[in-house]
Design a protein around this ligand. Structure first.
Ligand code: ATP
Length: 219
């Protein structure tokens, strides 16, 4: 791996984090260690206001993500998408991040295989690689037939070894990761039926959920 001294390696993982759970956190930490990232930023997505109910507000989602990473030096929270008054396109987030980084800092956009396959529907998707590398998190059991629209880009930009991604942006690689069997949907369902979600979220997040009465059936 060639690294110019001083260049930082920064990962980005977007999500609704409603709520953040151990699947997000373990996945983020494993990628951080595997790629020797200097930091990985969890970026909570804004949602249209009418979709905030019955789930938690942007403010609560952000507070929970902050609590989840408070003792983990490599994991950070980037609230820029919540600070805008409308949902952000990923290209906007990348442009805004890039404006704050040194030109040779390496940016790694993490996304699951399903999200990657949907890339051709994203706003200005062909410009994403001008700002970042894309790191596709592949489940060992996932199908791997990419949509036609992505074949040329994959042929031109794929690098087999994610640790060999070079430069500040422009390449795609794959990380094989067995996700933990946990989802925010399942956590919300458990809480709504009065079941415990202990050990599925960090204790500090659980305390916040309880203190604020989040995800209860009556909310
Ligand atoms: P929901 O159940 O509400 O759809 P979720 O648990 O899938 O939510 P998101 O906030 O949508 O969580 O997740 C953001 C990203 O985190 C996803 O795109 C995915 O890459 C990753 N992720 C989600 N769940 C897991 C998991 N169990 N293990 C590893 N990564 C995960």
């Amino acid at each position: 791996m060639t690294r110019r001294s001083g260049a930082r390696r920064i990962g980005i993982l977007g999500g609704t984090f409603d709520p953040v759970h151990i699947g997000h956190l373990r996945g983020a930490l494993e990628v951080t260690e595997m790629l020797a990232l200097d930091e990985l930023r969890l970026v909570p997505n804004a949602r249209p206001p009418h979709r905030d109910t019955p789930h938690s507000s942007s403010q609560d989602r952000l507070a929970m993500v902050r609590l989840a990473v408070q003792d983990v030096p490599q994991l950070k929270v980037d609230a820029r998408e919540l600070e805008r008054d409308r949902p952000s396109y990923t290209i906007d987030t990348l442009e805004s991040l890039r404006a704050e980084l040194a030109a040779d800092d390496q940016l790694f956009l993490l996304m699951g295989w399903d999200a990657f396959c949907g890339l051709p529907g994203w706003h200005r998707w062909e410009e994403l690689l001008e700002h970042c590398h894309i790191l596709v998190l592949q489940r060992p059991d996932a199908g791997s037939e990419a949509p036609e629209a992505l074949r040329d880009m994959l042929a031109a930009r794929s690098v087999a070894d994610p640790q060999a991604l070079e430069g500040s942006c422009g390449q795609i690689s794959f990380v094989w990761q067995a996700p933990l069997g946990v989802s925010a949907t399942r956590i919300r369902q458990s809480l709504a039926s009065g079941r415990s979600v202990r050990f599925l979220v960090p204790d500090a997040v659980l305390a916040y959920i309880n203190a604020h009465g989040l995800y209860r059936a009556s909310n």
